[in-house]
Design a protein around this ligand. Structure first.
Ligand SMILES: [Mn+2]
Length: 478
């Protein structure tokens, strides 16, 4: 199949020759007497492009691919008519701006694409990289030549915070001594501790007073307002975060992108824009940060997150990511799983198991994941008692009603409850739970979670008396 490229813009030939030229055998139209503008243009043909005779050198019985790019729609259509007359079996691709390409519906054999669609995203990427580059320069200026830099993360740093803190430090050319990762709390979740161990990252717990020793301070994946008065009204040197913008603090540098799924995406953009040689440890940390903050891009995220994900995926150690995502289950927990599974019951599509009193909270979501795989389960709930609180993890297959909304409506008044579309959590103080449900033994916990969840997610309008008011009203809203 030969390809005819017909454009009234010479630069287009250069772009075509260097991008698509190797896919097809292109023949470029030139005006009579016009010089070949690029050495790559091997085959050219000449004449009036709106005259069918110009195409006499091509076999009309053959199929041809024809690419048209004209500054006006009228000219594009005139040329298309001539081509179609001379080469009835031609397939035409119109490129141009919205107002210079014909209506796609009117030409079933043609493909109509605007440059906005084809290269608009690429141009936006370049502009984004340019902005990122200038931000990186600003950051480097702020932190260059300063004494110790504190990289302050949230009170229980998660993978996104840890990865972003690490890469921020690397970006400004520091190490763990001159720019330690700090928290007022500690990294508590076992999978996050596993991340620190596997990637050899340290997060130091610090008291607010000790911050005075740091000449510069950056808040990463968190904004200063979260810390209340623990920063003592101090101006922060940089804030990089993706949570909604909060008022009430001063910062020399601020990059808040609430549409992003992860701060790690912002740091990935910085590193790329600065032509930083990203190493495997950084890529692994950032990838895990994005995966965990966006639930594997399942939760609300931006094109930028997917873009960063794709870039990091090729550079990360995926084995380590898997080990961090699925931390080893302790033997003791496995025995408890066994005992809980013995008594597993599925009611109304809800698979429920109770672990009783447990020491480590992370075994509850692990069990909930597993329960969702049980035949007949559309929802799963795993519950246990941890440190004077009843903790439950809810899961669903990801379609139907949102787990986070259901948890919040059913248990929000009793404690803290919420989450995302397919996973949620409820934490209720033990005394409050007993007061509401008359006990915290397996039977009471089962009735509490299975009944309330059923009332929230069941399609039938019948809601039990114990359900909150919104639940009883819900069916009337469809
Ligand atoms: Mn985050």
């Amino acid at each position: 199949m030969k390809c005819l490229v017909i454009a009234d813009h010479r630069a287009f030939y250069g772009i075509f020759a260097r991008s698509a030229g190797s896919l097809v055998e292109p023949h470029y139209w030139l005006e009579k007497g016009a010089r070949t503008p690029y050495p790559e243009l091997e085959h050219v043909f000449r004449g009036d492009p709106a005259d069918p005779a110009t195409y006499a050198g091509f076999d009309s019985a053959e199929e041809h691919a024809v690419v048209l790019y004209f500054q006006t729609r009228a000219e594009a259509e005139r040329v298309a008519r001539a081509v179609e007359k001379a080469l009835p079996r031609a397939w035409v691709l119109f490129l141009g701006l919205d107002e210079t390409v014909p209506d796609a519906g009117a030409r079933p054999h043609a493909r109509v694409r605007t440059l906005e669609e084809v290269i608009g995203g690429r141009i936006a990427d370049e502009v984004r990289a340019l902005l990122a580059r200038s931000r990186v320069e600003q950051l480097r200026e702020i932190f260059a030549g300063a004494g110790k830099v504190g990289v302050l993360l949230q009170p229980d740093p998660d993978p996104d915070a840890i990865a972003s803190g690490l890469c921020f430090r690397n970006l400004i050319g520091r190490n763990r001594t001159t720019a330690p990762l700090l928290t007022f709390g500690a990294v508590t979740r076992p999978e996050n501790r596993e991340m620190l161990r596997l990637l050899d990252i340290t997060v130091e717990t610090i008291a607010p007073e000790a911050l005075a020793a740091f000449e510069r301070l950056a808040c990463i994946d968190v904004q200063p307002s979260v810390f209340g008065d623990r920063l003592g009204g101090r101006e922060v040197d940089a804030v990089i975060d993706h949570h909604p913008e909060q008022p009430g603090y001063r910062a020399r540098f601020r990059d808040i992108r609430a549409s992003y799924g992860a701060t790690a995406t912002i740091l990935t953009e910085y590193l790329r824009a600065a032509d930083f040689e990203i190493n495997q440890k950084q890529a692994t940390a950032l990838l895990y940060g994005i995966k965990s903050d966006t639930l594997n891009l399942d939760r609300e995220c931006a094109i930028a997150d997917m873009d960063a994900f794709q870039y990091l995926y090729a550079r990360a150690n995926l084995n380590l990511v898997r080990r961090m995502e699925k931390p080893a289950i302790p033997r003791d927990s496995l025995r408890r799983f066994g005992a809980a599974l013995e008594r597993l019951e599925i009611e109304n599509g809800i698979s429920f198991a109770f672990l009783g009193e447990v020491e480590r909270e992370d075994v509850i979501p692990q069990l909930a994941e597993f329960l969702l795989q049980v035949e007949g389960a559309e929802w799963s709930v795993a519950a246990g008692v941890v440190g004077g609180r009843v903790v439950a993890s809810l899961r669903n297959a990801g379609f139907g009603k949102s787990a986070g909304d259901a948890a919040r409506r059913a248990f929000g008044e009793l404690g803290s409850a919420g989450g995302h579309r397919s996973m949620a959590k409820a934490v209720i103080p033990l005394d409050r739970f007993v007061q509401e449900f008359g006990g915290a033994d397996e039977k009471a916990v089962r009735r509490a979670f299975v009944d309330r969840l059923h009332a929230e997610v069941a399609p039938a309008p019948a809601a039990p008396v114990s359900a909150p008011a919104e639940a009883a009203e819900a069916p009337s809203h469809g």
